[in-house]
Design a protein around this ligand. Structure first.
Ligand SMILES: O=C(O)C[C@H]1C=CC(=O)O1
Length: 96
């Protein structure tokens, strides 16, 4: 199952810089693991914002929920999820 996930990262201005750098390092590790196994299939930066638009490939909405709340930066994210399905005119067989 494919989902579009929009993530806005919002960090309080007075948040400890070193602690946030540590969370970002952990987020990068988790992100790379999820990319390697194909769960986090695509990511784009939204120009000018600390936001991304991503495509996740998971077996269920529950799996997506578990993946999202496992992200180290999750407590700082506003997340919007859109379920996707194959377009009948698509020529690609991996977009479902
Ligand atoms: O940078 C972000 O948009 C937040 C998050 C997504 C991947 C990653 O490494 O951090």
């Amino acid at each position: 199952m494919l989902f579009k996930v929009e993530m806005d990262v919002k960090v309080p201005l007075d948040y400890d810089v070193d602690h946030f750098a540590d969370l970002k390092r952990k987020e990068l590790e988790r992100f790379q693991e999820l990319q390697k196994v194909g769960t986090w299939r695509h990511i784009w930066r939204v120009v000018g914002l600390y936001s991304n638009i991503s495509i996740f490939d998971v077996t269920s909405s529950s799996e997506l929920h578990d993946v999202l709340i496992s992200l180290p930066l999750y407590p700082f994210m506003e997340v919007r999820v859109t379920a996707l399905c194959r377009h009948p005119s698509s020529i690609h067989d991996d977009d479902r």
